[in-house]
Structures are given as structure tokens and as C-alpha cells.
Design a protein around this ligand. Structure first.
Ligand SMILES: Nc1ncnc2c1ncn2[C@@H]1O[C@H](COP(=O)(O)OP(=O)(O)OP(=O)(O)O)[C@@H](O)[C@H]1O
Ligand SMILES: O=P(O)(O)OC[C@H]1O[C@H](OP(=O)(O)OP(=O)(O)O)[C@H](O)[C@@H]1O
Ligand SMILES: O=C(O)c1cccnc1
Length: 489
């Protein structure tokens, strides 16, 4: 049986090791040392050429409310076994740091910091798991939705996935992320109420079956709903469903707004073309054809290639569960820490895989935009004391294959990190989800089509400044020297 608590909090929504590490920092008096962590992913999802960032609003809510409540502390002491003195310390912990983040709807790419946390070590450590949990899922779903929207283009897409989502939280926050990525509406009413997303829906086969025949069911639906989209595939789409929808619409005339029919099984290309002919011949050329049934960007592209006459798409399972890639894989890495003399020192994690070596130091991400054509040349990661906007010419080179390089001039360098939390205070006001969606759409205009195609897109450059690269090499050398001194190898 589950236990419920009136003062439940999200502070325990973390991995045990975060609390264990924090205990050591605290016991050794290191907990107040300033630390810098970065959240980033190494590989774009779905083989896409870009990702759409989402999750900041929930991250800010989480940081604002971060505290261990009395029932959290009692659990940690009585059930997990932490000692009284550490529990007393945990009672005082709040998030007091600074957060720099890209905004929701921003285009983001591999190996660039999406969020930078500068905070006392304990605080920065304790929040890792929740931040990754939020950003990994929401960014994944916003990106999947954007891929779908790139294929669907100006047609309408509705999110229908709640019944298949990984439980309730994923349904609601996933719907929000999908809307940021470009969908028009959702069937999830709670998400509509909470975030102001337009809600939309038709009806299910159960209604037709409950009334036994389509004629009764459509009539009954129309009695209470002026806007009607009739589901026509319960028995036989072309012999029964479509003709019955037409018959009811003709009988009711102006009393209803016959918006459309929905197809949910069978050969969508064939059925939509036949249904279109029947609707046109019956004098309903503006009535829309809505389709659903295990759709994703691949099936939609294929249906379009077959000339399917579809006006509106309902997409559930494959969007809300990110069916073809269920996790993003963003990580959270420490890049600098205050030493015992109060100075900030860079820190690095070495790996046999060059792509996995972290990039040390406090950094910003700049989007380098060509002033002539308004397109982005790539992203440029620079140390905090650098400003590429001051340069006339910028050398951009691949961070691993450094011979791949170009010079850029006549550019704007836009810092995509925003200061959103200052000493624990949230200093950023979340825009509406509509504004986030518009922001995402506007950002996509910065990209050449080569980066936006869904299959084998060009790799968008994410480069390090020379100073950043030199600093990384120096840090690698220092680690090597230290190992050699220790081992003689
Ligand atoms: N013309 C088409 N070309 C390619 N894929 C299609 C076409 N028509 C439908 N599909 C897709 O094929 C799959 C068909 O799945 P399935 O066989 O489970 O559906 P169904 O039998 O028609 O319907 P249901 O089982 O829901 O009654 C769905 O993912 C659907 O979107
Ligand atoms: O197919 P999705 O993209 O997940 O979209 C949501 C689906 O949910 C509904 O039916 P449900 O799947 O519950 O039943 P059905 O397959 O028997 O129609 C609806 O008819 C869609 O087909
Ligand atoms: O409104 C609909 O047609 C709908 C909603 C959720 C899932 N499938 C269909």
C-alpha cells in the first residue's frame, strides 16, 4: 500500500547517490564551494538535425520549491538511516544559485550546454537527477513533434496520446512539449486547462457501438454538438460510414457545422481518396478528412507520397512515447569548482572516446548568424570572458576534427543563454505556450533546409572558440601529467 503525505515534495525525486555525495561534501566542509555544472546531450534524437528545447518552466518551479519537508527528513533519518546532524543540515538546504538557460522553443544541438548551474556544490549536485528527468523527456517530445510538423507542414496536427503515454505526468507535460514543437491542439483536457493549449476531439467507435448504428449515433452527437467530425470506420467506411455521415449532414443542414469525418483503420491513402470523392460529389468540398491510427512522420510522408487526401492528423502513441527513440540521454557534468583558496578551477572528465571528454570552464553558447542571409552559420562555445560579437572574423572549427574549419565575417553573435535564476530568485517570466511555439517556428527559419530534412540531415556545426579548445587541451595535459607523476607511466 502506498503512503501519502500532506507535505510531500520533489526534493526526494532524485537518486540516492546525490544525497550520499552531498553528505560527504557537507561532512568535509566543501558543500558551500561554488560549483559550475552544465546540462547537455551528445547526440541528437531520431537522427534529426536539431532539437527543440523544452522543460524550463518545470525546472524553475522545481528550483523555487526545492526543500526537504518534515516527512522527507523523517524518511531519510528513520528509513534510510542518515544521522541527525546531516538531517539538521538538509532541513536548511534551499536552491540559492544562479541558472543560465536557453529558452523553451530554442533550437539546440549536440555537445552544447543547454543549462548552466552555478551554485554551492551541494545544491548543484542535489538537483541533477530532476533536471535531467524534466529536460530529457520534454526536449525529446518537442523535437519529435517538430519532426512531424516539418512533414505535415501547414496541415493541422492534434495530439491524441494520453492513453498510451508513460503515465499521467508524461501525458500532460508531453502534450505541452508537443505543442511547443508545433502541434495545433490536444485531446488532453487537463493539459488544455493547465497550459492554455487548444483542445480538440471527435468521438470513438464505442459511441457508434453503443447506439448500435451509425445513423443514430451521428444524429445523437449532432444534437448536442454543433461542430461535428463523424468517425466513419466502425463497420464499413465506404459502404456505410461516409454515406451515413453525408445523409445526417444533409438532414441537419445549417443546424450543424459538418466539419469532417475521421478514418481510423484500413488503407488510409485509398480510403481518403474515395471519401474525398464522395464528399465532393455530395456538395461538401470543405468538409475535412481527419485520420489517425499509429501515425508518425514516416507513415505521414508515405501517405502524402501516395496522394492521400488528408486535411488533419491525429497522432498518439508514436509521438507521446517517442516510440522510435524513447530517451534523449542528456547528461549533467561539473566543469568548474572553487578550490580551498576561494579561486575557481576548471575540471575535466577524460574518456577514451574523444566526443565524451568534457569541455572545462564557464562558457556561453553563441549562435552565429550571417547578417546578409539571416541564416545561422553554427553555434560557437566561448569562455565566459570572451565575446565573439567583438570580433570581425571568427574562425569556426570542428571540436574533434579540427581541420574542418571556416572563417565567418559580417555576423551577429547571439548569446542563447539567459540568466533565469539569480541567487535563488527566479528572474524570468515564462511566456505562454503559444509564444514558445512561435519562438520555435521563428528559430527554425534560421536553419538552412539541409539541417531540417528528416532523413540524413547535414551536421550543424557546434564549435569551440580557440581559447576554449586550448583550455581543454591544457586540462587534458594536466591530468596526463598528474597520472604520470603518480604512476611513472
Ligand atoms: N496507405 C497506407 N500506406 C502506408 N501505411 C498505411 C496506409 N494506410 C494505413 N497505414 C498504416 O498502416 C498501419 C495499419 O495498422 P493496422 O493493420 O493495425 O491497422 P488496421 O488493421 O487498418 O486498423 P485497426 O487494427 O486499428 O482496426 C497503421 O500504422 C496505419 O497508419
Ligand atoms: O493510434 P494512435 O496514434 O496511438 O492515436 C490514438 C488512437 O487512439 C484511439 O484508438 P485506440 O487506439 O484506443 O483504439 P483502436 O486502435 O482500436 O482504434 C484512436 O482511434 C487512435 O487510433
Ligand atoms: O478525439 C479523438 O478523435 C481521439 C482522442 C484521443 C484518442 N483518439 C482519438
Amino acid at each position: 500500500m502506498q503512503k501519502t503525505y500532506s507535505d510531500d515534495s520533489l526534493a526526494l525525486h532524485t537518486d540516492l547517490y546525490q544525497i550520499n555525495m552531498s553528505e560527504s561534501y557537507w561532512a568535509d566542509g566543501m558543500h558551500e564551494r561554488k560549483a559550475v555544472f552544465e546540462l547537455f546531450f551528445r547526440k541528437l534524437p531520431f537522427g534529426n538535425g536539431y532539437a527543440i528545447f523544452a522543460g524550463l518552466e518545470r525546472v524553475l518551479d522545481y528550483l523555487r520549491d526545492f526543500r526537504f519537508t518534515e516527512s522527507d527528513l523523517a524518511y531519510l533519518q528513520e528509513e534510510v538511516g542518515y544521522k541527525e546532524d546531516y538531517i539538521e543540515y538538509l532541513r536548511t538546504v534551499r536552491f540559492t544559485g544562479n541558472v543560465y538557460s536557453v529558452l523553451e522553443g530554442e533550437l539546440v544541438f549536440q555537445n552544447e550546454p543547454l543549462i548552466r548551474i552555478e551554485a554551492p556544490l551541494v545544491e548543484a549536485q542535489l538537483i541533477e537527477t530532476a533536471l535531467l528527468n524534466i529536460v530529457n523527456y520534454q526536449t525529446l517530445i518537442a523535437t519529435k513533434a517538430s519532426r512531424i510538423k516539418q512533414i505535415v507542414k501547414e496541415q493541422r496536427v492534434m495530439e491524441f496520446g494520453t492513453r498510451r503515454a508513460q503515465e499521467m505526468d508524461a501525458a500532460v507535460w508531453g502534450t505541452r512539449a508537443a505543442f511547443i514543437g508545433g502541434l495545433e491542439a490536444t485531446s488532453n483536457v487537463r493539459a488544455g486547462k493547465r497550459f492554455g493549449i487548444p483542445v480538440a476531439g471527435t468521438h470513438a467507435h464505442s459511441m457508434v457501438q453503443a447506439y448500435k448504428d451509425e445513423y443514430e449515433a451521428f444524429h445523437s452527437y449532432a444534437k448536442r454538438h454543433k461542430d461535428c467530425v463523424f468517425l466513419v470506420d466502425t463497420y464499413d467506411t465506404l459502404k456505410s460510414g461516409v454515406p451515413t455521415a453525408i445523409r445526417v449532414a444533409k438532414e441537419l443542414g445549417d443546424k450543424i457545422n459538418f466539419q469532417g469525418i475521421r478514418l481510423d483503420s484500413g488503407d488510409i491513402a485509398f480510403l481518403s481518396k474515395e471519401a474525398r470523392k464522395m464528399l465532393d460529389e455530395a456538395g461538401f468540398p470543405d468538409v475535412q478528412i481527419v485520420v489517425s491510427n499509429d501515425l508518425d512522420e514516416y507513415t505521414i510522408l508515405n501517405l502524402k507520397a501516395q496522394g492521400a487526401r488528408v486535411d488533419s492528423w491525429g497522432i498518439g502513441t508514436k509521438l507521446i512515447t517517442a516510440y522510435d527513440q524513447p530517451a534523449l540521454g542528456a547528461v549533467y557534468k561539473i566543469v568548474a569548482i572553487e578550490n580551498e583558496h576561494g579561486e575557481m578551477e576548471d575540471t575535466i572528465k577524460i574518456s577514451g572516446n574523444a566526443e565524451k571528454v568534457t569541455t572545462p570552464g564557464q562558457k556561453n553558447v553563441y549562435r552565429i548568424i550571417d547578417r546578409e542571409n539571416g541564416k545561422s552559420e553554427g553555434d560557437y562555445i566561448a569562455m565566459q570572458d570572451e565575446n565573439p560579437a567583438d570580433e570581425d572574423h571568427l574562425k569556426m572549427f570542428h571540436p574533434v576534427h579540427t581541420y574542418v574549419s571556416k572563417f565567418v565575417s559580417n555576423f551577429d553573435a547571439v548569446n542563447i543563454h539567459h540568466h533565469v535564476v539569480e541567487n535563488g530568485e527566479i528572474i524570468y517570466e515564462n511566456p505562454s505556450v503559444q509564444e514558445m511555439q512561435e519562438f520555435a517556428a521563428k528559430n527554425l527559419e534560421l536553419l538552412w533546409d539541409e539541417y531540417k530534412r528528416s532523413l540524413n540531415p547535414e551536421e550543424y556545426p557546434v564549435d569551440l572558440s580557440q581559447k576554449c579548445w586550448d583550455n581543454k587541451m591544457r586540462n587534458i595535459q594536466e591530468v596526463k601529467d598528474a597520472i604520470q607523476q603518480l604512476t611513472g607511466k
